[in-house]
Design a protein around this ligand. Structure first.
Ligand code: GLA
Length: 722
C-alpha cells in the first residue's frame, strides 16, 4: 500500500486511484485526485492556477486541501476558529510536518472504518492562534476508498471557539460536472437526483435535524457530465456520522469544483481551551473511472469489509417476521403466538415484536422511556413470550426507541429535565414525544441500562433501534451557555458510546437501525448496526426506487426489506405476493403482515420465497450488486447479483415491470461483468446463452403479466470456451 512523500510531494495510492498533494508557500494543495498515476511528477499542474486578478490572494484560486477563513479563500471553509479574546476568526493553516504510519487514527467514541490500513498524516498550524489541524488519509489493501479525518488541537495559550470543523474537502478538476445526491422524505427516501453544476454556484445539502435524516443523505457524488452507470469519472464522499451534517458542492467562477462534508455549523460550535483537541468525524472518499456501478461496487466492499463489525461481515441474516404492519399496537400474546406459529411453517427464522409491548402503549402518545412489558398485553411477561417463541424454533427480536421519552410516561414524570429543551421555551412535541438529552451522561446511562437489562433477561438476538422524530430546541440546560451549540454533537458522542457498550456486551445480538424507516441511513449507524430498516414504505413499486437510490452507497445486506400486505398500507396499491417477495429478497428479506390470514396460494408462494432466500442469500448479501435499469427512468427496473465481480459462476437477475403496455415490445436487460467466453444456463428454463450475448445482445424478459410483475432469473456458468 504505497504512500510516498518525496521532494515536497505526497502521493497516496490505492489499487486504482491516486491522491497527490504538495506544499506551496506553506499551503497544502491537493493537486490531483483520480485514476492511479505511476508517480507524483505533476507539479506542473500548478500552472493551471495562475493568479487571475491582482485583487485576489493565492488563497482564492489555489486547490487548498484545508481552506480556512479570512485570508482570501472564499470557498466553503474546512475550519474556522475564533479567538475568544479578540473575536476574530481569521484562520491560516500552514504546513508543519507529516508522517506515514501503519494503521489509522483511533476516533472512538466516533465510529470509523476498521481493518489493515496505512495513514498519511499531515499537520498544519496557524502560528497566531496556535490552532493545529491534523489531517489523516488512510488507505486499505482491498478498496479504493480513502478514509479521511481531521483533528483540531489548540496549542495556543488562549481558548478558541471552533465554529466550523469539516472532515473532508476535496478540490476537483474543472470540467462539465454534475452533482448527484439523494434527497427524500419519510417513505420516499434517497431518490436519485442529478443536476448540472455551474460556475459561481454553491449547493449546500444539510441536516440540522439531529439525525442524518430522510431529507438529505450525507453521501454525495460529483460525476462528469457523460458519466453513466457503467462508465465515466465519479467522485464521492460519505460521512461516517449519523447526526447533523453539511455537504457543500461548489464550482468557483473559473469552473474548478470542490466537494466537502462535515459538521453543520448551524448547529455546531465547540469551545477548544488551550491544550485540548476536537476530533471531527471520519468521511469516506472515493473516485471511480467506471461510472456509478463501478463506484458502488467499491463502496459496497468498503462498507462490508471496513465499516460493519467484522463478526457481521459474512454472517447470514435471519429471515424475520415483524408484527408492526400485521397488528400495529393491537396485539396480545395469543395473536403473536399465532403469527409466529404460522411464520415457522413458512420457513421464517425470527419473530420481531415491534412497538407497543411496554408501558401502556396502545397508541403512539405514551410510555416511551418505560421499558417494562405491558402486562395487559403480555400477562405472562416478555420472558414467557420469548421462551414460547424460541421453543417453536424461531429466534426472537425486539423493538426499542430508547432515545425518546413520552411526556405521558413514568420516566418523564420522574425526570422532566431529562429531555432536550431550551430554558423558558415550550418543548415541541412530534409524534407526541420528546428526545432524551443524551448529552448528559446520566441520561445516556439510563438509555444503556434500559436496553441492556431487557436483553440480559431473555433470549433476544435482534434489536430494532428506532428514532421516530427529529430534534427541536436541541439544547441542554445541563451545559454552560457558551457550550449550548455543542449539544447535538455531545448527544451523538454519547449515543455512540451506548452503541459500543451494547455491541461489546451482546456480540451476538443483531442490531438493526431505524428512524421512521430510513431516516438515519449512514456509515455511522452501519458501524454499529449492520443493517437498517430502509423505509416505512413497503409498497414494492415504491421500494424499487428507494432500494435503487440507497444502493449507490450502501450494499443490499444493509437494507431491511419486507413483504407486507396487499393492498399496501402506505400507497393502497395491490400487488402479487410474488412481486412483493421478489423486491424484498433484494435486501435483508423478511415479512411484515399477518401470515396467519394468508390464502393457501400466498402461503405456498411465501414458502417458495423463504426457500429461495435461504438457498441464495449468501450470494445476494455477499456478492456483487449491479444496477441494470433505473426505476427513475424506465418502466422496467433491473439489477443483478453475481458471486464474483468479474466472470462470475452464479448470477441472479431480477427484473420488475411497473405498468403493463398493450401491444408493447418485449423488454430486455443487459447483464454485466459476465464471462463472455463462457455459457450460462437459465436454471429454470434450461436455456443456454453465451455470456457475451447476455451482456451485449441482452436477455428479453418474456411473459410478464399485468402491472407490477417481476422475474428472478438464476444463471449458472456451464462451461468456459477457453
Ligand atoms: C417507525 C418504524 C416502523 C415501526 C414504527 C413503530 O415508524 O419505522 O417500522 O417500528 O416506528 O412505532
Amino acid at each position: 500500500m504505497p504512500v510516498t512523500c518525496s521532494a515536497g510531494m505526497f502521493h497516496v495510492r490505492t489499487s486504482g486511484t491516486s491522491l497527490v498533494m504538495t506544499v506551496e508557500n506553506g499551503l497544502l494543495l491537493q493537486l490531483y485526485y483520480g485514476k492511479r498515476l505511476k508517480d507524483a511528477e505533476i507539479k506542473y499542474l500548478l500552472d493551471a492556477y495562475p493568479p487571475r486578478a491582482s485583487f485576489d490572494t493565492p488563497m482564492a484560486y489555489l486547490p487548498l486541501a484545508a481552506p480556512a477563513v479570512g485570508t482570501g479563500s472564499y470557498c466553503q471553509p474546512s475550519v474556522s476558529a475564533m479567538r475568544l479574546k479578540t473575536g476574530d476568526n481569521v484562520t491560516d493553516l500552514r504546513y508543519r510536518s507529516h508522517r506515514v504510519y501503519e494503521g489509522k487514527p483511533e476516533l472512538a467514541p466516533l465510529p470509523s472504518s476498521r481493518g489493515q490500513s496505512r495513514t498519511l498524516e499531515l499537520t498544519l498550524e496557524d502560528s497566531v492562534t496556535g490552532l493545529v489541524a491534523v489531517l489523516s488519509y488512510s488507505i486499505f489493501p482491498d478498496t479504493d476508498v480513502i478514509s479521511v479525518s481531521r483533528r483540531y488541537e489548540n496549542e495556543g495559550g488562549e481558548p478558541l471557539l471552533l465554529r466550523d470543523a469539516q472532515s473532508a474537502s476535496m478540490p476537483l478538476p474543472a470540467g462539465k460536472l454534475d452533482l448527484v445526491h439523494f434527497p427524500g422524505a419519510w417513505a420516499r427516501e434517497r431518490s436519485v437526483t442529478r443536476r448540472e453544476m455551474r460556475a459561481g454556484e454553491q449547493t449546500l445539502l444539510k441536516s440540522s435535524r439531529g439525525a442524518s435524516s430522510h431529507s438529505n443523505n450525507p453521501s454525495v457524488m460529483i460525476a462528469e457530465r457523460g458519466a453513466s452507470e457503467d462508465c465515466g469519472n465519479v467522485y464521492g464522499q460519505s460521512f461516517v456520522y449519523s447526526g447533523d451534517f453539511l455537504c457543500c458542492a461548489e464550482m468557483d467562477n473559473y469552473g474548478f469544483a470542490r466537494l466537502s462534508i462535515g459538521m453543520n455549523p448551524e448547529t455546531f460550535s465547540w469551545i477548544l481551551p488551550s491544550g485540548e483537541a476536537f476530533q471531527a468525524p471520519e468521511a469516506a472518499m472515493l473516485y471511480s473511472d467506471s461510472g456509478f456501478n463501478g463506484f458502488s461496487h467499491e463502496m459496497h466492499r468498503f462498507v462490508l469489509s471496513h465499516i460493519v463489525r467484522a463478526s457481521w461481515e459474512k454472517r447470514e441474516r435471519p429471515i424475520l417476521i415483524n408484527n408492526w404492519e400485521a397488528t400495529y399496537f393491537n396485539f396480545n400474546e395469543e395473536k403473536i403466538l399465532k403469527i409466529a406459529g404460522e411464520a415457522r411453517e413458512l420457513g421464517i427464522e425470527m419473530f420481531v415484536l415491534d412497538d407497543g409491548w411496554f408501558g401502556k402503549r396502545d397508541s403512539d402518545n405514551c410510555s416511551l422511556g418505560d421499558w417494562k412489558a405491558d402486562k395487559s398485553k403480555l400477562p405472562n411477561g416478555l420472558e414467557h413470550l420469548v421462551s414460547e417463541v424460541t421453543s417453536m424454533g424461531l429466534k426472537f427480536g425486539l423493538w426499542f426507541e430508547p432515545e425518546m421519552v413520552s411526556p405521558n410516561s413514568e420516566l418523564y414524570r420522574e425526570h422532566p429535565d431529562w429531555c432536550l429543551h431550551a430554558e423558558g421555551r415550550p418543548r415541541t412535541e412530534a409524534r407526541s414525544q420528546l428526545i432524551l438529552d443524551l448529552s448528559r451522561d446520566e441520561v445516556a446511562e439510563y438509555v444503556y441500562k434500559s436496553v441492556a437489562s431487557v436483553l440480559r433477561g431473555c433470549d433476544i438476538t435482534y434489536v430494532k433501534w428506532d428514532m421516530n422524530r427529529n430534534m427541536t430546541e436541541g439544547f441542554s440546560p445541563a451545559l454552560p451557555p457558551e457550550r449550548q451549540l455543542e449539544t447535538h454533537h455531545r448527544y451523538m458522542l454519547n449515543l455512540y458510546r451506548v452503541f459500543a457498550r451494547l455491541n461489546d456486551e451482546f456480540p451476538n445480538v443483531l442490531f438493526e437501525g431505524c428512524s421512521g424507516g430510513g431516516g438515519r441511513f449512514d456509515l455511522g449507524m452501519l458501524a454499529f448496526m449492520p443493517q437498517i430498516w430502509t423505509s416505512d414504505d413497503t409498497d414494492p413499486m415504491e421500494r424499487l426506487k428507494i432500494q435503487y437510490g440507497t444502493s449507490f452507497f450502501f450494499p443490499p445486506s444493509a437494507m431491511g426489506a419486507h413483504v407486507s400486505a396487499s393492498p399496501n398500507h402506505q400507497t393502497g396499491r395491490a400487488t402479487r405476493m410474488k412481486t412483493r417477495g421478489e423486491v424484498a429478497l433484494a435486501g435483508n428479506f423478511g415479512f411484515e403482515l399477518d401470515v396467519s390470514k394468508l390464502s393457501d396460494e400466498d402461503k405456498a408462494e411465501a414458502k417458495r420465497l423463504t426457500a429461495f432466500v435461504k438457498r441464495r442469500r449468501s450470494l445476494i448479501s455477499g456478492g456483487t450488486f449491479t444496477r441494470l435499469s433505473s426505476p427513475f427512468e424506465n418502466n422496467l427496473t433491473a439489477w443483478q447479483f453475481a458471486d464474483k465481480h468479474e466472470k462470475p459462476q452464479s448470477v441472479i437477475i431480477c427484473a420488475y415491470r411497473l405498468l403493463a403496455e398493450p401491444n408493447g415490445r418485449v423488454l430486455s436487460v443487459h447483464a454485466q461483468g459476465l464471462d463472455e467466453k463462457a455459457d450460462y444456463r437459465d436454471i429454470a428454463s434450461g436455456k443456454v446463452y453465451s455470456g457475451g450475448a447476455l451482456m451485449y445482445a441482452g436477455l428479453p424478459i418474456p411473459e410478464l403479466c399485468g402491472d407490477f410483475d417481476s422475474r428472478v432469473i438464476e444463471l449458472e456458468k456451464v462451461k468456459s470456451k477457453d
